[in-house]
Design a protein around this ligand. Structure first.
Ligand code: ATP
Length: 292
């Protein structure tokens, strides 16, 4: 991994995905490969607090994800990674206190959580919840048809939906029994993570946010999940993954790696940066280049 204090950095090329023809440009004394960038998600100075306790968690996050990019967010426990992801999908525990988020040209913060999902945002949770009384196949069919309706397409009946679902099930290497079981009820930790990727495969998304999808997975499950994600990604679709481990970076080959730091660390970085580089970074996220 290489570190360079810079925000615009170089997409490395993921061999499993087709990318637009790259162009060369120089950033921070290093030649970078960059594709023509179409912004998908633009986060500017995002600030948020916990509703219940009024505690500020996000202190001004800046991040741009372009179409086809794979971004990883790393950082210490408690630095705010999951909070950032949950704020993006509109979790009610958090209130945005400043900044802006534009998704596909629209103000994301004005949308209800379900509107964000229908607009093409998907999030897999660190601890996926159980939904007792709702079978996995019914849940997926309902969610899929809601998306079809939003896109102005025909809703599908059970007979058409089943072959589509079986194909996605194979993609994540899951057994058909999981379709009749209630969503996540009694699933092991690894099975829940696979089930999250099954949802992503079925619903599709322009931007998938995966919160620690690799935690608790054994080697085979991690490979299956990474293979499925790589096959779901296209040059137009983007991924934002939160992780603590390098092993998934090696499998998903991110174009950008960001390190989220806590507010105290941020102050220290700001002071050092002021002295060393004559600049003051007021962002809550630092961006580093990554390559294998
Ligand atoms: N709903 C909430 N109620 C109370 N505190 C919260 C809530 N959500 C987040 N926090 C606190 O905000 C801080 C950031 O939490 P967050 O889950 O975003 O961290 P993280 O970087 O994802 O950590 P980890 O790597 O351990 O998953 C933590 O101190 C956490 O306890």
């Amino acid at each position: 991994m290489a570190l360079s204090l810079l925000i615009h950095c170089s997409p490395t090329v993921n061999p499993l995905r087709r990318s637009p023809k790259p162009t060369l440009r120089r950033v921070n004394h290093r030649v970078c490969v960059a594709s023509a960038a179409t912004p998908l998600l633009q986060v500017n100075d995002l600030r948020a607090k916990i509703v219940e306790s009024n505690v500020d968690i996000l202190h001004g996050v800046n991040l741009t994800v372009n179409q086809g990019e794979v971004h990883a967010i790393m950082g210490k426990n408690g630095s705010g990674k999951s909070t950032f992801a949950k704020v993006l999908v509109g979790h009610p525990d958090y209130e945005v206190t400043g900044g802006s988020v534009v998704f596909k040209g629209e103000n994301l913060l004005e949308m209800e959580p379900e509107e964000r999902s229908l607009a093409g945002l998907f999030m897999s949770f660190q601890s996926p919840v159980e939904i007792p009384g709702v079978s996995n196949d019914l849940f997926l069919a309902m969610a899929y048809n809601a998306r079809m309706k939003k896109l102005g397409r025909e809703e599908v009946g059970p007979i058409e939906f089943l072959p589509y679902l079986m194909e996605k099930l194979q993609l994540v290497n899951m057994k058909a029994d999981f379709l009749n079981r209630n969503v996540n009820q009694g699933f092991s930790g690894g099975e829940r993570k696979r089930n999250e990727i099954l949802q992503l495969a079925v619903l599709g998304a322009d931007l998938a946010i995966l919160d620690e999808i690799d935690s608790g997975l054994d080697v085979d499950a991690l490979r299956d999940v990474a293979n499925a994600v790589n096959r779901i990604l296209t040059p137009e679709k983007s991924l934002l993954m939160i992780t603590h481990y390098r092993r998934i970076l090696d499998l998903l080959n991110p174009t950008h790696v960001h390190v989220m730091v806590t507010f105290n660390l941020l102050l220290i970085f700001n002071i050092i940066a002021s002295f060393e580089f004559g600049i003051c970074m007021i962002h809550g996220v630092f961006t580093f280049d990554y390559w294998n």
